[in-house]
Design a protein around this ligand. Structure first.
Ligand SMILES: Cc1cc2nc3c(=O)[nH]c(=O)nc-3n(C[C@H](O)[C@H](O)[C@H](O)COP(=O)(O)O)c2cc1C
Length: 305
C-alpha cells in the first residue's frame, strides 16, 4: 500500500516572481503615469452638450414646430395604411426571395417555337388629324408585321366618338370595344404626333379610359412623329412613363420620325425617307422579335385610374 501524504511538492522557481530590487530613478517603470488632460476637448464637449440640450429643448417646447399637425399627418389613416402595406410587401418579398421558398417555374420568356405562335398586334394611332402622317406611318409599318405572319388590328383613336372619350364614358360600346382590343393584343404599337412637346391629348384621353394595368403582359412599341428634333425625346420623357404605369411587360426601343421625312403622295401613299425608313424597319423587327419571346399574357385588372 502506498503511503498518503499532505506534503506539497516543491515548486519550480518562476522567473520574475521573486522579490524585486527597487527601480533605478531613471527607470521608466518608476514613473507615475497620469492621463493627459485635454481641457479644450472638455470645453468643446460641454459646449456641444449645451447646444444639443438647447436644440432638444427648442424642439419640445417651441410651438412653431407644430408637432400636433405632424402627429395628425403621420397617424392619418392613409399613412398608417401605407406603412402597413409596405411592411406586408416587405415581408412577402423577403419570403419570396429567400432561397428555397420560390416556387419552381418554367423560364419566364420561353421563345416561341419557330413558325408558330404568331402574335396579335394592336396598332394605335393617336393623331386627331384626318390626314394624319402618324396614322399613315403606322399603317405602312403594319404591313411589315403582317408580312411576318402577325395579325395586326389597326385602331385610329380619332374614330372613337368624342363624347365617349371626353365624357369618360367607360360603358360606351366604342370604349368597351377598344378595351377588349387592348386586352386581346399580345403587342401594341402606339403612334402619336408630338403636340406641345408631349404625346397627343387624344391618345391620353383613350389611355385614361383603359384599365390601370391594361398593358400588363404586353410588348409595346412607342412611335412618334414631330416637326422638331427638339422633341425627339418626347417618347422617353412623356409616353414611356405612362405605358410603364399601365404595366407594359416590355417597352421596346421607340422611334421619333420628323414629319418632313414622311411624304404623302397625291394618292395618299406614304414614302419614308431612306434613313428613317431603315431605322423604323429595325425597331419594328426588334418589336417582332420581342413578341416572339413575350411572357404568358395575364388578365388586366382594375378600372381606369
Ligand atoms: C397643335 C400642334 C402642336 C405641335 N407641337 C409640336 C411640338 O411641340 N413639337 C414637335 O416636334 N412638333 C409639333 N407639332 C408638329 C407635329 O407633331 C407633326 O407635324 C406631326 O408629324 C403631325 O402628325 P399628324 O399628321 O399625325 O397629326 C405640332 C403640331 C400641331 C398641329
Amino acid at each position: 500500500m502506498r503511503p498518503t501524504t499532505d506534503t506539497v511538492p516543491p515548486r519550480a522557481a518562476v522567473p520574475g516572481t521573486g522579490p524585486r530590487a527597487p527601480p533605478a530613478p531613471d527607470d521608466p517603470a518608476s514613473l507615475k503615469v497620469v492621463p493627459a488632460r485635454h481641457y479644450a476637448r472638455w470645453v468643446a464637449a460641454v459646449a456641444v452638450i449645451v447646444l444639443v440640450g438647447q436644440f432638444v429643448h427648442g424642439l419640445t417646447t417651441n410651438p412653431v414646430w407644430e408637432w400636433g399637425v405632424f402627429r395628425d399627418y403621420v397617424l392619418s389613416e392613409t399613412i398608417v395604411q401605407a406603412v402597413w402595406v409596405t411592411l406586408q410587401l416587405t415581408a412577402y418579398a423577403t419570403v419570396r426571395s429567400t432561397p428555397g421558398t420560390r416556387p419552381r417555374t418554367s423560364p419566364p420568356h420561353p421563345p416561341a417555337p419557330e413558325g408558330s405562335a404568331m402574335a396579335t398586334v394592336l396598332s394605335v394611332s393617336g393623331s386627331p388629324s384626318a390626314t394624319s402622317r402618324t396614322a399613315r406611318l403606322l399603317r405602312h409599318l403594319d404591313t411589315r408585321l403582317t408580312a411576318q405572319g402577325h395579325q395586326v388590328i389597326p385602331l385610329d383613336v380619332r374614330t372613337i366618338p368624342a363624347e365617349a372619350l371626353l365624357g369618360a364614358d367607360f360603358r360606351h360600346p366604342a370604349i368597351v370595344e377598344a378595351t377588349e382590343l387592348f386586352a386581346r393584343a399580345d403587342g401594341v404599337v402606339i403612334g402619336t404626333p408630338v403636340y406641345k412637346a408631349a404625346y397627343s391629348g387624344l391618345l391620353k384621353s383613350l389611355l385614361d379610359l383603359l384599365p390601370q394595368y391594361g398593358l400588363v403582359g404586353k410588348t409595346v412599341l412607342p412611335l412618334a412623329t414631330g416637326g422638331s428634333t427638339a422633341h425627339v425625346l418626347a417618347i422617353d420623357y412623356a409616353l414611356r412613363p405612362v405605358l410603364s404605369s399601365m404595366g407594359a411587360a416590355h417597352i421596346v426601343q421607340g422611334w421619333f420620325t420628323l414629319d418632313k421625312d414622311l411624304a404623302v403622295g397625291a394618292d395618299g401613299t406614304l414614302t419614308v425617307a431612306p434613313g428613317p425608313a431603315e431605322a423604323l424597319a429595325q425597331v419594328v423587327d426588334q418589336f417582332a422579335e420581342a413578341l416572339g419571346s413575350r411572357p404568358a399574357p395575364q388578365a388586366a385588372t382594375g378600372r381606369a385610374a
